[in-house]
Design a protein around this ligand. Structure first.
Ligand code: OXD
Ligand code: MN
Length: 601
């Protein structure tokens, strides 16, 4: 596009200013068209960034392999630069915004030499939604442009909505790899030194500056950066919530539909849950979103959730026809795969895909791979980027500008012991306590050691854009914004329990519909429950286990209250709460005390 397709003076000036600073060779305004997407994909094929897959097997699909240093979100390089350190809180990295800007202006200086700077106008939320937010991302990565076209509403229509005077979240992204004249580019340019990557948020200015990484959550700035970190801070001021949650619709055989939001830490099977194929006959699950929910009080006093994204950026390894048949159907075409293996037929493969490993393949690093070579073929955090509209179980209301009314919130994590299969909160405050004490074994979604218990309140630890203590208070305050009876019921679930011998106790996947059925019954007032010290648990005959092989002994363990385990749990929650000091709401201290008393510990 040669002419500037906007009359928004602020936008034009800012684009000029950043182009000058970064010394970009060209500025290109994205129109969001299919032709533009196709052209950029072809350019990336030529540059070696994209490998086209076999067009008969996977039409419109491409494979990208990242640099080995650039495979996950970099939480230790992620900053919340509020004016006051206290406002970022103990769970975020903080730096003085002015100092950070000075330092990063140095990094950005000349960083796009030899590259095109793409201007990506995008909307988080359907364009006709009154709560959608517009962002403009300036990036030197074509990979980011094509991914953003899938993950957000992107292009000309957004500029039209912005008009001459509209405001937007300023997002700057550079891979941090300028090209000298004549220098040959690499397939995945980035800053290989981890200490020089920065993912920085300025919540008061609603601006995002990212440098050095081309990978998903670090580079597609609409997602974690805008729709969670910046949005959570806006939401607190405006009285709504930006959450790391899936949105799904459950319909019973009698045709009763309930919408549920669920928060699980990264890589705990959110996408699998969001598109689940229930094993219980007559039940259906429809998907509205697999990662982020923006939630507000509707006119009728209920909480309404909307998915601000338009695509899925899902973890590939482990996705199979068993774990997520609907995701497998979603990615049959027009999907970008990152860091998966390439088969000799030109198709993709990853560990636990449910089909035998190919006799040989090219692994995610581009090396020859055989099943006995001792290395994984796909990176554990390999991803697919696919349009939500391709999901066979996408709900008819997924683009409803008003969102959908929520009947229940689920929290959960990977917890091999102590935490029962499902547990219903006694009250909103108890539910907030449950959310605040969410924890999970770490996975490959972020760099760091996998397999250790990490407290991840509301699954928002890496995504809350302000002080987590204030965030807890914000959740509690929702009870004052509506009639309590209109608030969703809160549940804690755990699909990941293991026996002392290390065997999975619960089959998970489609059988989680049995737990969801009980959740629906509790919402409707019919589910059978027993009141325990930790919450309301299903009675022995409360869950529909028809046709399931799980033994009564396993079920007993899954629904037991283990006082010793809870003793340790309470000590750990307490230690985590200590971090929040005076900002820990009294209501949560009271919940912790109440739990101790009920357990007699
Ligand atoms: C994600 C994450 O990519 O939570 O969704 O890490
Ligand atoms: Mn996520």
């Amino acid at each position: 596009m040669s002419t500037v397709p906007t009359t928004n003076r602020k936008l034009m000036d800012w684009v000029k200013e950043v182009a000058k600073l970064t010394q970009a060779a060209n500025v290109y305004w994205c129109d969001g068209s299919q032709a533009e997407y196709d052209r950029l994909c072809q350019e990336m094929v030529k540059a070696g960034t994209f490998t086209p897959l076999n067009q008969k097997l996977r039409p419109g699909c491409f494979l990208a392999r990242s640099h080995v240093s650039d495979v996950a979100r970099v939480e230790d390089r992620t900053y919340i630069c509020s004016q006051a350190k206290e406002d970022a809180g103990p769970t975020n990295n903080w730096a003085d915004p002015n100092e950070m800007k000075t330092m990063m202006t140095g990094l950005y200086s000349g960083c796009m030499q030899g590259r095109t700077m793409y201007v990506i106008p995008f909307s988080m939320g359907p364009l006709d939604s009154p709560i959608a937010k517009i962002g403009i991302e300036l990036t030197d990565s074509a990979y980011v442009v094509v991914n953003m076209r899938i993950m957000t509403r992107m292009g000309k229509a957004v500029l039209d909505k912005l008009g001459a005077t509209g405001s937007f979240v300023e997002c700057i992204h550079s891979v941090g790899a300028p090209l000298k004249p004549g220098q040959k580019d690499v397939a995945w340019p980035c800053e290989p030194d981890p200490a020089k990557k920065y993912i920085v948020h300025f919540p008061e200015e609603q601006a995002i500056w990212s440098y050095g990484s081309g990978y998903g959550g670090n580079a597609l700035l609409g997602k974690k950066c805008l729709a969670l970190r910046i949005a959570s801070s806006i939401a607190r001021k405006e009285g709504w919530m930006a959450e790391h949650m899936v949105i799904l619709a459950l319909t019973s055989p009698a045709g009763k539909k309930h919408y549920v939001c669920a928060a699980f830490p990264s890589a705990c099977g959110k996408t699998n849950l969001a598109m689940m194929q229930p094993s219980l006959p007559g039940w259906s699950v429809k998907c509205l979103g697999d990662d982020i929910a923006w939630i507000r009080v509707g006119e009728d006093g209920r909480l309404y959730a909307m998915n601000p994204e338009s695509g899925f950026f899902g973890v590939a390894p482990g996705t199979s026809n068993q774990s997520n048949p609907n995701a497998m159907k979603t990615i049959v075409k027009d999907t970008i795969f990152t860091n998966v293996a390439l088969t000799p037929e030109g198709d993709i493969w990853w560990e636990d895909m449910g089909i035998p490993a190919p006799a040989k393949a090219i692994d995610w690093e581009g090396k020859e791979w055989t099943p006995d070579c001792g290395r994984k073929a796909a990176h554990a955090n390999a991803r697919f980027t696919a349009p939500a509209a391709q999901c066979p179980v996408i709900d008819e209301d997924w683009q409803n500008p008003a969102g959908v009314p929520i009947s229940a919130f689920l929290f959960g994590g990977r917890r091999p012991s102590t935490i029962p299969l499902v547990n219903e909160a006694f009250s909103w405050e108890h539910g907030v306590f449950m959310g605040s004490s969410t924890g999970s074994e770490t996975t490959a979604a972020a760099l760091g050691k996998a397999g250790v218990l990490r407290r991840d309140p509301f699954a928002m630890l890496p995504f809350c854009g302000y002080h987590m203590g204030d965030y807890f208070a914000h959740w509690l305050s929702m009870a004052g914004r509506t009639d309590r009876s209109k608030l969703p019921k809160v549940f804690f679930v755990n699909w990941f329990r293991k026996s002392p011998e290390g065997k999975w106790l619960w089959p998970g996947y489609g059988d989680n519909s049995r737990v969801l059925k009980w959740v629906c019954e509790r919402i409707e007032g019919t589910g059978k429950a027993v009141k325990t010290a930790i919450g309301n648990l299903p009675t022995a005959d409360g869950l529909d286990l028809s046709g399931l092989k799980t033994t009564p002994e396993d079920m007993k363990q899954l629904l037991a209250v283990d006082p010793e385990g809870w003793n340790a749990e309470i000590a750990d929650i307490s230690a985590n709460y200590d971090k929040f000091g005076a900002k820990l709401p009294a209501a949560l201290k009271k919940e912790l005390e109440g739990l101790k008393q009920r357990l007699g510990v």
